[in-house]
Write a protein that binds this ligand. Structure first.
Ligand SMILES: O=C([O-])CC(=O)C(=O)O
Ligand SMILES: [Mg+2]
Length: 563
């Protein structure tokens, strides 16, 4: 049997202390090593593939052209999503090659918005499981479950409990599409090795009646665990992760509901390497966009007035990072800076009279003001220069709202951040039309360029996908043991620096995704530099050129030659 080992596999398995046999047939079914028709004659000979493949040998480039051609034949985004997932499960390198080379076309398929629809229909489209499912059934055995995952050296975990998937609400166990999608971006956009990425869904039940009654639902059929039961389960999970993977695994919390997200970040921020993408990643990307937007609109951060619709993770996270940066720039206490930022929630403007009844994460934003019941009145009362939507509810920036903010701003900055597309506060077309082409506009989900009065307007995509892959790479490559707010500011600064004059000329406040690997390398380098500066980096010695080092760490999807 010895001759049947793949040298590459044999080495890795020996390292893990296991001995397995990769015969030619199994090799074709191992997504990590499969190359399909791109196996060379020599490889087919040495790795027992003769007869298992048709005679033709083709290049990875031709495979790529073929798959793109096939994917474009599908009319429905969900079909394209399923084709991409099949490819990921069949030929991992080809999947990443495709995603990297066609990032602008494929991002909306494997990620927002299509991934949202995929989660909603996950039970029906489910074919091969991806990621690790840890349900309440595994309580007391979470460490054992982690050990069932085939990889040992994990660098990044993205974990959800499915309670607030994008702006779509509680999708229970079917939220798995999100960690899978986020980690695909960690690899494609940030260059973290796929084998070092672990998507996890914690199934603590769901309160989504439709799913509970759906015969195809894949999760536990019970209502959500809450209170102590929830806290204990999460605690077991967090402890097991640290025990199994050590201190330097980055745990990204994703799409948890507000009532858990802030507490989890606070509780584990001092003992684990944790990052909440919806609070911190979104904040970092939006701050970068604002800093860039100031070059178009003028003024400093502190000279602007901000109004948010939505006071959850994204809203308060962004608000806090803006205030932090403002405080730094002006050397003013952060409390003072917060006064430039106003938030509206479902009960109206957040004002001091409401303070007692507010959830703790909203309290810092309760300023002196009379009661204002809705967004339009708040816009007229506060007269913001920047309007940011983070409520998860679509079509809430109405024509009146956009016209109002455009009436007292030459160039209002309007960010409609809620995802997916159906939940966007307004569309790109609405923003440009209602502001008469004057808005500096970006959205969370992708929107096509819009023609208005004979001019083309290109909306930017203010999505945390710009930040978390590079941020994660920076954390991992420096061996950081904790996340610090200054590292988020460093990521933000690096992203803002990547916006070119050519982008500004098109009204863009973010660079295009086509350059994302280069952008990620700069973000990673800036984040790592900050981690070293703060004494949080454990990788010694510090590489001299961090951008070069980041680039050298990045995974390449080009096929390897097997001896
Ligand atoms: O996934 C995305 O597109 C951005 C995000 O984190 C969210 O909306 O929760
Ligand atoms: Mg999210």
């Amino acid at each position: 049997m010895r001759a049947r080992f793949l040298p590459l596999l044999a080495r890795q398995w020996q390292h893990q202390g296991t001995v397995s046999v990769a015969s030619g047939y199994n090799l074709l079914r191992d997504p990590r090593y499969n190359k399909g028709l791109a196996f060379t004659e020599k490889e087919r000979e040495t790795h027992y593939l003769r007869g298992l493949l048709p005679p033709t040998v083709i290049s990875q480039e031709l495979q790529e052209r073929k798959i793109m051609h096939n994917i474009r034949q599908y009319q429905l985004p969900l079909q394209r999503y399923m084709a991409m997932m099949d490819l990921q499960e069949g030929n991992e390198r080809l999947f990443y090659k495709l995603l990297i080379d066609n990032v602008e076309e494929l991002l909306p398929i494997v990620y927002t918005p299509t991934v949202g629809e995929a989660c909603q229909k996950y039970g029906s489209i489910f074919s091969r499981p991806q990621g690790l499912y840890i349900s309440l059934k595994e309580k007391g055995k979470i460490l054992e479950v982690l050990k069932n995952w085939p990889e040992r050296s994990i660098q990044v975990i993205v974990v959800t409990d499915g309670e607030r998937i994008l702006g779509l609400g509680d999708l229970g166990c079917q939220g798995m599409g999100i960690p899978v999608g986020k980690l695909s971006l960690y690899t494609a956009l940030g260059g973290v090795r796929p084998s070092a990425c672990l998507p996890i869904t914690l199934d603590v039940g769901t309160n989504n009646e439709e799913l509970l009654n759906d015969e195809f639902y894949i999760g536990l059929r019970q209502r959500r665990a809450i209170g102590q039961e929830y806290a204990d389960f999460l605690h077991e999970f967090m402890a097991a992760v640290k025990q199994n993977y050590g201190e330097k695994v980055l745990i990204q919390f994703e799409d948890f509901a507000n009532h858990n997200a802030f507490d989890l970040l606070a509780r584990y921020g001092t003992t684990h390497l944790v990052f909440n993408d919806d609070i911190q990643g979104t904040a970092s990307v939006v701050l970068a966009g604002l800093v860039a937007a100031l070059k178009l609109v003028g003024g400093t951060l502190a000279e602007h007035t901000y109004l948010f619709l939505g006071a959850g993770e994204a809203g308060t996270g962004i608000a806090e990072l803006i205030a932090l940066e403002m405080s730094r720039q002006t050397k003013t206490p952060i409390d003072e800076c917060r006064k430039k930022i106003w938030l509206v929630d479902s009960k109206g403007l957040i004002v001091s009279a409401r303070k007692e009844s507010l959830q703790h994460f909203k309290k810092p934003w309760a300023h002196e003001h009379e009661h204002v019941g809705n967004l339009l009145d708040a816009v007229n009362a506060i007269k913001p220069t920047v309007l940011i939507g983070t409520s998860g509810k679509g079509q809430t920036f109405t024509q009146e709202v956009v016209e109002a903010i455009s009436s007292f701003n030459e160039m209002p900055i309007i960010l409609a951040l809620s995802n997916p597309t159906s939940q966007a506060e307004c569309t790109a077309e609405q923003a440009y039309t209602w502001s008469k082409g004057r808005a500096v506009f970006a959205t969370g989900s992708p929107f096509d360029p819009v023609e208005y009065n004979g001019k083309i307007y290109v909306p930017g995509q203010a999505n945390n996908a710009y930040i978390f892959p590079g941020f994660g790479l920076g954390v991992v490559m420096s061996g950081a043991i904790r996340v610090h707010d200054d590292m988020l500011l460093a990521a933000s600064e690096a992203l803002a620096q990547q916006v070119t004059q050519e982008n500004f000329d098109k009204g863009l406040i973010y660079p295009p995704f086509s350059n994302i690997r280069k952008i990620s390398a700069h973000i990673a380098a800036n984040v790592a530099a900050k981690a070293y500066e703060l004494g949080l980096a454990s990788r010694r010695p510090r590489p001299k050129d961090l951008v070069k080092y980041a680039e050298s760490c990045m995974y390449s999807p080009i096929y390897r030659n097997y001896r």
